[in-house]
Design a protein around this ligand. Sequence first.
Ligand code: HOZ
Length: 426
Amino acid sequence: MSMKNSELFQRARNLMPGGVSSPVRAFKAVGGEPIIISRAEGSRIWDVEGKEYIDFLMSWGPLILGHSHPKVVEAIQQQAQKGLSYGLTNEHEITLAELVVSAMPSVEMVRFVSSGTEATMSAIRLARGYTGRKYVVKFEGCYHGHADSLLVSAGSGVATLGIPGTPGVPEEVASLTFVVPYNDLESLEEVFKKYGEEIACVIVEPVAGNMGVVLPKPGFLEGIRNITRRYGALVICDEVITNFRLSKGGAQALLGRDPDITCMGKIIGGGMPLGAYGGSKEIMTKVAPEGPIYQAGTLSGNPLSMVAGIATLTELFALDPYQRLEELTKRLTSGIGEILSRKGIPHRINHIASMFTVFFTEEEVYDYRSAKRSNLELFAKFFRALLREGVLIPPSQFEAWFLSTAHTEEDIDLALEKIERAVSSL
Ligand code: HOZ
């Protein structure tokens, strides 16, 4: 790594834990110095040394239109001249709420917050307040942001860094969260048999993206819905990654399920900080000020985030790029599969729509335990070899690669050439 990056990283480490604002960015699981970014456009990103990468990290998912889409940038520029934050309701919130409600049949009302973590944290509070119950059930390896009750057996950075439990989360708080393996309805049923009357909700990533991409087995989401209904518990669908990514109506439109509360983030803000949670009027009217369940935020409904979200969703709905994105992603995953097979490297690629993960294992990956069977050392080498070649992927086995409408067939073919060279060097 060159001097400028190294110097900057040394300064960063003195000033910020790990030199970063979010743990996985420190590249700890893959080794080497993390790159520091100077700019990005379309499907490309550049580090401070001017090195160009084809980007499949895509800011961890929000940028389905690519970096700096002209319409999103223009919307932000225009709004910036009219004010950065009002602390009072603005017209754009209503427009974005209408776009969300029109796209997601299970959402009749929505509350805007500033991040996915806030959305899930608030959704849990709402479920507890609404049902008057205390327990929450989550799935092993699913990540729902860093609120205390959701950091138990979590994916994403917690999995990447191999942190077993999180110091700072009191045992009493952690004990209110039950964890069961993903895709395991029997274990879920067991927990409900014992504690069903006291369980407020089950929170689930309808397609897991934070233990790497893991798909729900047929009947899994339906099973969750049936069990919770029997016991009067709510289902919280964490669509922070999947909303507007898998389809216009998110995973729930694609997989045909009807959650009580949906958490949104990433694409809804088009690259600006934005999260949201929503559901039926019956449930959402329990949120303050209409109801007693409190949740607030100075920057909630921020006009810059709103216009970025509106521009992104409007463009997305007009383009309807889902089939093309799926085909483009298949071109990439098949190419990677062929390269790895030619080299005799055991692998599994879990893919849906424009997100996927390459696991280095022969066995099927259907939950966190099977995801952890992936050869993490090989992943780290693969990551570094790709980086050298100018291909950026998530610096963690337990995350998803993302494509955008800015990626072209030529980008994919060029990326495959680079990946081929990278794999040959392993
Ligand atoms: N929650 C993100 C992954 N799903 C990680 C974001 C980050 O570390 O920057």
